[in-house]
Write a protein that binds this ligand. Structure first.
Ligand SMILES: *Cc1c(COP(=O)(O)O)cnc(C)c1O
Length: 395
């Protein structure tokens, strides 16, 4: 036992995160600062969460007002900001009704629970299976890690929750196996984020939708990373010409304030009757105030138009680098969610960029994932590429 650390050396935090040796203490717009005063260009957006940049004024103002009024009340009472945010989401999507929770995993939990409850009402208790896809990521709770099609996320947590089946992504032929007599829903990302920034192909998604509609299977889209303007439309499903039954959202919804939600069609949503599901903090006044201000900001400032313009510059620059540096074998993704495929070198590149005060992410060992704030300026984008080019010269 002589090698085990004494109590005083032991971090008070569990070691479940691999952290970079940097302590961030301040953020504004596209930049963050560490405790030594160093400034970084944050092209991770807190993993697609600070989509409006750090500490956006429009959200801050509304939160400050709400801080003076009411922080929390239970869902036994009506909450105005919750009602308003739900109405705004409904008005701007396929959906009719919204349920609020606190995170992405909880949103997917809610989607899975809703699908089961709906199916068991309309089809019976034998209908409970949710089909998901290989390399997907849906969260870290027991149900959502069971839904996740990656063994590394599940390792050590067996047995998995029953009722999930995984198919290969973007595989038209495999869709023949989509339906079993137990299948009640399909859950998928339209760009697999954590799994390597892999966009779903249009034809595949449309065929998948067709099979779902013909067989009474719910089409559920995990928009936790792709939503809130990230891919150039408010939600990515809009670009596929499909109509989902349920979408899950979180990350960018609160501009950094924890909030998640599912949006569903009325017919499905009504399976959550009084007492069937709930959350103490879900839709809390502060969280839904942040969500409301965020969605209002996106809709009222023409932000999506700017995202698409910025995404064009982003794309052009990334492809120029790909032509110049052989380490880059592919550029993939949509809008401002892009991956640079660099065989095994992703973490080395992310670390090197950090030495130049630029933050990026990985998506597995082979992909550098880049998520600029939707509010980044063209100058910041060009500044990013000056650094990225310097970084790539070493590889
Ligand atoms: C981040 C993420 C989740 C999990 O969200 P948490 O808030 O971390 O629980 C689920 N699905 C996708 C696609 C994500 O990107």
């Amino acid at each position: 036992m002589s090698n085990s650390p004494s109590i005083s050396e032991l971090s008070p935090l569990m070691s479940n995160y691999g952290r970079f040796p940097v302590t961030l203490v301040k953020g504004k717009g596209s930049c963050v600062w560490d405790d030594k005063g160093n400034q970084y260009l944050d092209f991770t957006s807190g993993i697609a969460t600070c989509n409006l940049g750090h500490v956006p004024d429009s959200v801050k103002e509304k939160l400050m007002e709400q801080l003076d009024n009411l922080w929390h009340c239970s869902n036994l009472y009506h909450i105005p900001s919750q009602q308003e945010l739900a109405a705004l989401l409904v008005e701007n999507t396929f959906g009719d009704q919204v349920f609020f929770c606190n995170s992405g995993a909880e949103a997917n939990e809610a989607a899975i629970k809703l699908a089961r409850r709906y199916a068991q009402k309309v089809k019976g208790t034998e209908s409970y299976e949710v089909v998901t896809f290989q390399q997907s990521f849906h969260g870290r709770t027991l149900a959502t890690l069971s839904a996740t099609g990656q063994e590394k996320i599940q390792q050590g947590f067996l047995p998995l929750m029953p009722g999930f089946r995984y198919l290969p992504y973007n595989d038209l032929a495999a869709l023949e196996e989509l339906c079993s007599d137990k299948t009640c829903a399909v859950l998928l990302e339209l760009v697999q984020g954590e799994g390597g920034v892999i966009p779903a192909e249009l034809e595949w998604v449309q065929q998948l939708e067709k099979i779902c509609k013909e067989n009474g299977i719910l089409l559920m889209i995990d928009e936790i990373q792709t939503g809130m303007g990230r891919t150039g439309s408010l939600f990515a499903y809009e670009q596929y010409g499909i109509e989902p039954d349920v979408i899950s959202i979180a990350k960018g919804l609160g501009s950094g304030f924890p909030i998640g939600a599912i949006i569903a069609k009325a017919e499905v949503a009504k399976a959550f009757d009084p007492g069937s599901h709930g959350s103490t903090f879900g839709g809390n006044p502060l969280a839904t105030t942040a969500g409301l201000a965020t969605v209002q900001h996106i809709l009222s400032t023409n932000l999506l138009e700017k995202v698409n313009e910025l995404a064009e510059t982003f794309d052009t620059q990334l492809h120029q680098l790909k032509d110049k540096y052989s380490i880059i074998s592919d550029i993939r993704g949509k809008g401002l969610l892009k991956g640079m495929v660099v065989q095994g070198k992703a973490m080395d590149i992310v670390k090197k960029a950090m030495e130049y005060n630029v933050l990026t992410l990985t998506a597995g060992p082979d992909v550098v994932r880049i998520l600029p704030p939707l509010t980044a300026t063209k100058e910041e984008m060009l500044e990013f590429f000056v650094v990225l080019e310097k970084v790539l010269q070493d590889f």
